[in-house]
Design a protein around this ligand. Structure first.
Ligand code: FPP
Length: 246
């Protein structure tokens, strides 16, 4: 039986977050430039988005570019930005066909103008879609996001809009880029690295973490299904030991 058939449709995670890692190594294994890995990573993105829609995952959040990624060789950064613009433009049709709404989190103002404009254009175009929200984390770092939230709250206190004693977890979360989304129940990282890498630190507090040795360009919807199945097996313990389960 395939992974999809084994999945309990009643227990689909609402929000799946992904760290797409291993593009560079994938390309290197093939004797190609790193950018070849990123280009092939786009195929994995498309298939994963379609897989998420097929499952009924309501929020899919992909780590596409971290704040730290700006320190990569200039040519690679440029190629990644170009790839993002081209992909978002080309895939707008796929998003529309699948009822996917595009969203972005991160320091979007630091993106090249062309990238920012393309992003906004597709965000507006897809804003009425309701099957799934695809969020790209771009120029994103969780510590940056958390620091900003603290700054905004401090400003509100300074301006007398809020009392320091009123600040609680809900109010804090409402200042994060992810304010309108539930926290991810499942976080997937590819390429055999066991790190969170400054990704959704607040939001992943209670998430199940799933690591696969597969490099991102090889990741397909079936790998997503496998991860969801693994998540469902863990969830089903409900705090009991394996021996207590029927
Ligand atoms: C990590 O692999 C991948 C990235 C930094 C970029 C991810 C971008 C894409 C998959 C392409 C465009 C995406 C969208 C959403 C349109 P790495 O380069 O760190 O690989 P390595 O660890 O093997 O060097």
């Amino acid at each position: 039986m395939g992974f999809l058939e084994q999945i309990d449709i009643e227990k689909i995670p609402q929000h799946v977050a992904v760290i797409m890692d291993g593009n560079g190594r994938w390309a290197k294994e093939k004797g190609k430039l790193r950018v070849f890995g990123h280009q092939n990573g786009v195929l994995a993105v498309r298939d994963t988005v379609e897989g998420a829609v097929e499952l009924g995952v309501k929020y899919l959040t992909l780590y596409a570019f971290s704040t730290e990624n700006w320190n990569r060789p200039k040519l690679e950064v440029l190629a990644l930005m170009e790839l993002l613009v081209a992909t978002i433009n080309k895939e707008t049709k796929t998003l529309m066909n699948n009822g996917v709404r595009l969203n972005a989190i991160g320091n979007l103002k630091s993106l090249p103008e062309k990238c920012y404009r393309q992003l906004q254009e597709t965000i507006v175009k897809t804003s009425q879609n309701t099957n799934c929200t695809l969020t790209l984390a771009l120029s994103y770092s969780s510590r940056w996001e958390i620091t900003n939230a603290a700054k905004n709250l401090a400003l509100k206190v300074e301006q007398g809009e809020l009392k320091a004693s009123e600040i609680n977890e809900d109010i804090f979360a409402s200042e994060l880029n992810t304010a309108s989304m539930p926290d991810p129940e499942l976080m997937i990282r590819t390429s055999g690295e066991f790190r969170i890498s400054n990704y959704l630190l607040w939001q992943l507090a209670y998430s199940e973490l799933y690591f696969t040795p597969k490099l991102w360009p090889d990741f397909r919807r079936d790998d997503l299904f496998e991860a969801v199945l693994d998540y469902q097996k863990r969830e089903r313990r409900f705090g009991l030991t394996s021996e207590q389960l029927p």
